[in-house]
Design a protein. Sequence first.
Length: 216
Amino acid sequence: MSDMTDTADMAERIRSHIEANDASRQLQHYLTEGAFASARFDDFGGRGDRKKVADRFTMEDLVATSILGRPVRGWGVIEVLETRRKRLSELLGELPRKRALHKASDDDLDALARLEVELETVSGVGPLTRSRLLARKRPTMVSTAEPEVVQALTGRHTGEFNRPLRVALRAEGIVPRLKEVRAEAGAGGLSLVRVLDIVVWMRSGGARSARVPAEG
């Protein structure tokens, strides 16, 4: 997705989800019903973007990522936490900690791209795990890019997502509506990108495959 027509289409798809009557109810259900372990992604072990850990990946980040599926394993854990820790921390440090995606500059997204490239050379880390790790550290700027969400908003399963999403979020009325949905659901601790991810994921069928399994 690179031209304005595609981005405008993405904005309309976003509107179709967040302007739906059940948008805030879906968000609230995700957060309060106790059916989704993934609801702990943002705060497990403490938020990943809090000041003292914002520029380094921690064990809590890896565990939180595993809650969403596709855990980092084996050598990947050692690389992220030990052998490549310094380089990853340097790249994280180039990203503003609290900047919203719709306010991000081209320089911000160029810095994000450099970190994406670095993470994808870590053993066992592909685009989806990478996005989840980055969403833990910079939740205001990075979507977890769940396949159901990417498909619902772009019509494809993979590919560049944060750059076109930045443009789409700037379309008239989208940010105010996301803030409204967040307030209605009592989800003030979530970033607008995370609110969008959850609402679209819930309304696009992701919830059907993510229920807490029965004991046995």
